[in-house]
Design a protein around this ligand. Structure first.
Ligand code: 2P0
Length: 323
């Protein structure tokens, strides 16, 4: 009754921000992402009749705070398997946790896959995606590799609010340069941020209404491998999400000074002919998508931006897998 799985975080090019239903964690908008390769979460799960409660270790430390959300995810799995054993979960991230690098996406995708195997459940990727979504909306996407679309879905039970792959990592092998501008844990998590936005931003309805055309534009750019069209819609959608966050009361300001300087640096690079664009999630880190031939130039330029702590490079990667 034990298994280990690995999943990678994903970077949304068309963002998920807002929920239409909180109980099943149903998104208010569809989204579109790329799964990374070199950042990962590895999670070991063991169900054990001798345990009196779930235990969660993250990066070698007992983590009773995050254990609550881990237990809620395990409850979904235990219900499916009709097994009530508690579990020991040992997880490791090779990148900062809860710092705007989608650790909940890789974390819950790895947890769902490892626990399904440990419980002997034979689930499809679609079923894994649906369960992962209930723990963290972005985790539904990390079940798959390459370019991934998360469906808004229409069913009340959430069975069609799942992700599916669009093209594999080898079909458009772009690179992602991850620029770390802070290693602090974020103060306002995405779940709370989204709730605040839906309650108080005057732009929320416009955000919901626009998302279909943004997804279609991104899918069209991907299908035709049109880098500059993807750059245009991705930066627009990212800045629109942050405009929404900024218009929330109290305001959600996920950027620091270096974040803004990185955006300017990427726009300057593109204006001078370098195939690169940025996107930013609920944190101050900047992700720069670029053509592989431009990676070194992009990394060198961003490393020199004041306030940048470090720069990582990743290819586009595969979905969650058992180890
Ligand atoms: C995204 N984010 O599409 C967007 C962009 C953050 C900014 O998905 O409440 O941590 O657990 O479903 O999955 C972060 O959302 O939120 C996220 P919950 P989650 O990547």
């Amino acid at each position: 009754m034990q298994a280990t799985a690995q999943a990678q975080p994903n970077i949304a090019l068309i963002k998920y921000w807002g929920k239409r239903q909180t109980k099943l964690n149903l998104p208010a908008v569809g989204s579109l992402s790329i799964t990374l390769d070199s950042l990962w979460t590895r999670t070991y799960v063991r169900f054990d009749s001798g345990l009196e409660k779930d235990e969660f270790h993250l990066n070698g430390q007992l983590d009773t705070i995050r254990c609550r959300r881990v237990s809620q995810c395990l409850d979904l799995m235990r219900r499916r398997a009709n097994i009530s054993y508690c579990a020991a979960v040992v997880s490791e991230n090779n990148f900062p946790t809860e710092a705007g690098l989608a650790s909940s996406a890789s974390g819950f995708a790895a947890l769902v896959l490892a626990s399904s195997k440990a419980l002997g459940l034979d689930l499809t990727d679609e079923e894994l995606s649906e369960i992962a979504r209930q723990s963290s909306g972005s985790a539904a996407r990390s079940i798959f590799g390459g370019f991934v679309e998360m469906e808004l879905g229409h069913c009340k039970d959430g069975s069609d609010a799942i992700a599916h792959p669009l093209i594999g990592p080898e079909e458009w092998p772009l690179h992602v340069v991850v620029v770390i501008t802070s290693d602090r844990t974020k103060i306002i998590g995405s779940t709370e941020g989204m709730q605040r936005t839906s309650l108080s931003s005057p732009y929320y309805q416009a955000w919901i209404q626009n998302h279909v055309s943004d997804i279609e534009a991104a899918k069209h750019a991907i299908a035709s491998r049109d880098f500059y069209a993807l750059a245009d819609i991705s930066e627009h959608n990212c800045l629109k999400m942050h405009g929404l966050a900024l218009s929330t009361r109290p305001a959600l300001i996920y950027w620091n000074g270096a974040t803004v300087e990185c955006m300017n640096c990427v726009r300057d690079l593109r204006a001078s002919g370098t195939a690169a664009f940025f996107t930013i999630d609920a944190g101050p880190q900047v992700k720069v998508v670029c053509a592989p031939s431009e990676t070194q130039k992009v990394m060198d330029a961003l490393r020199n931006v004041p306030g940048v702590l470090c720069v990582l490079n990743s290819c586009i990667g595969q979905g969650a897998r058992l180890l």
